[in-house]
Design a protein around this ligand. Structure first.
Ligand code: ATP
Length: 385
């Protein structure tokens, strides 16, 4: 007897999840497949309660797989090894298959008790748009003695994260999630915390700028720690809100351009638009909007997130991979260096004094500049007074 187990947060379940379930049953010749939404995921925070995710799974996998409440009803964290042991107790003679995406396999050594998982089941891996290097398959076999099979499916890079964002932005998801899931989400107002704000932003910017904003928010969510995700969402959503505000409206916001170069005005003006028209009063968010073009010495984590997200969102028409390596700090410095280099080459007007101070603070040596240390920062401040 062959039993498949397919666990996940399913927030929400999408068509690729359903396709994986269908293919697992077919290609592995499973007698039963159990979809197991997790209760309290050990590796990510979850804003939608477990009863709702359970209901979404029932709607999504109707007629394809049985949805099991085991992890939902369990108290504490949901560990895969415990779920597998539970199934082993229920079906001692069965061969167990754990259906997972290739991205999950990459972090397999960080799972709780990976050796024991490897003993209890065969891993049935689905490629996630090129995210499963053969190396990592070999690695889990070599290191943990895991039995691994790959399922042949059309790879997609769709994720629940992106779908949640699409709902927040009021986009159509009928091609990405089963119809009943889509109806449930819309009828029950799931994933709509920022929908009104996003719709308002849409009225302020061009369609292309709105698309860019979507991808900046997406990238910001990838970069932000759980504690900063909400602020990052709002700051990224509003970062370019002043891009199309005409000069004739500056007075309405009591904003004067002063000697700010044209190309950075929108970020400084953005703070006033966010305050006045969107009611934002959080200084961290307002600063992250203000300094997303120039940077400034001693930037906060949120400021760096918006700066990097803006430079590395998926639709930027230049190579990005080298900018997306390492920690947030690494990515921030890489983006800053590249932006400054490009400006030097093109004599951009955004080479304003503040950008230069930022470069001197974070990567002076790369450009043969005088490093900006705490004392010289103070001197610069004093000069301004
Ligand atoms: P999130 O974006 O919230 O992290 P997710 O789309 O990865 O969610 P989960 O519920 O975490 O969805 O996924 C359950 C399982 O399905 C995981 O093993 C995950 O790797 C796999 N999976 C999800 N989407 C894909 C995909 N596009 N291709 C292959 N596997 C996928």
């Amino acid at each position: 007897m062959k039993i498949g187990i397919f666990g996940g947060t399913f927030n929400p379940p999408h068509n690729t999840h359903v396709g994986m379930a269908v293919e697992a049953v077919k290609q592995l010749g499973l007698d039963s497949l159990f979809v197991i939404p997790c209760g309290d995921p050990p590796h990510k925070s979850c804003d939608v309660d477990k009863a709702t995710r359970l209901e979404l799974c029932r709607l999504a996998f109707e007629g394809v797989a049985a949805v099991d409440e085991y992890e939902i009803n369990k108290s504490g964290k949901s560990y895969t090894v415990e779920t597998l042991s539970h199934y082993k107790r229920l079906y001692p003679k069965a061969e167990l298959y754990l259906v997972i995406g290739g991205d999950s396999l990459l972090g397999f050594d960080k799972w709780y008790k990976p050796e024991q998982i490897a003993k209890l089941c065969t891993l049935a891996v689905v490629d996630r748009g090129g995210s499963t290097p053969v190396e990592s398959l070999r690695e889990v076999t070599r290191k943990f003695g895991a039995k691994v099979v790959t399922l042949q499916t059309e790879p997609t890079s769709v994720s629940s994260t992106e779908i949640r964002l699409r709902y927040e932005f009021g986009m159509n998801n009928s091609e990405l999630v089963p119809k009943d899931v889509d109806d449930y989400v819309l009828n029950n107002g799931l994933y709509s915390t920022y929908r009104a704000m996003a719709q308002k932003v849409k009225q302020y910017v061009t369609p292309r700028r709105f698309e860019h904003t979507f991808y900046v928010v997406k990238r910001g969510q990838e970069l932000a720690r759980d504690e900063l995700k909400n602020k990052a969402f709002v700051a990224c959503l509003l970062h370019d809100v002043a891009k199309s505000v005409p000069q004739s409206d500056y007075g309405k916001y009591r904003f004067t351009q002063g000697d700010l170069p044209d190309s950075v005005v929108h970020s400084f003006l953005g703070k006033y638009v966010a305050q006045q028209d969107f009611g934002i009063d959080d200084p961290e968010i307002l600063d992250a909007i203000t300094f997303h073009t120039t940077g400034r010495p001693d930037m906060s984590e949120l400021e760096k997130i918006v700066y990097v997200a803006d430079k590395t969102e998926d639709t930027r028409p230049y190579p990005l991979e080298h900018l997306k390596r390492g920690t947030l700090e690494d990515q921030f410095v890489a983006c800053l260096k590249e932006a400054y280099q490009v400006c030097l080459e093109r004599h951009c007007d955004s080479l304003c004094p503040l950008s230069e101070l930022t470069v001197r603070r974070y990567c002076a040596k790369d450009f043969g500049l005088q490093p900006l240390v705490a004392e010289s920062l103070q001197q610069e401040e004093n000069k301004k007074k």
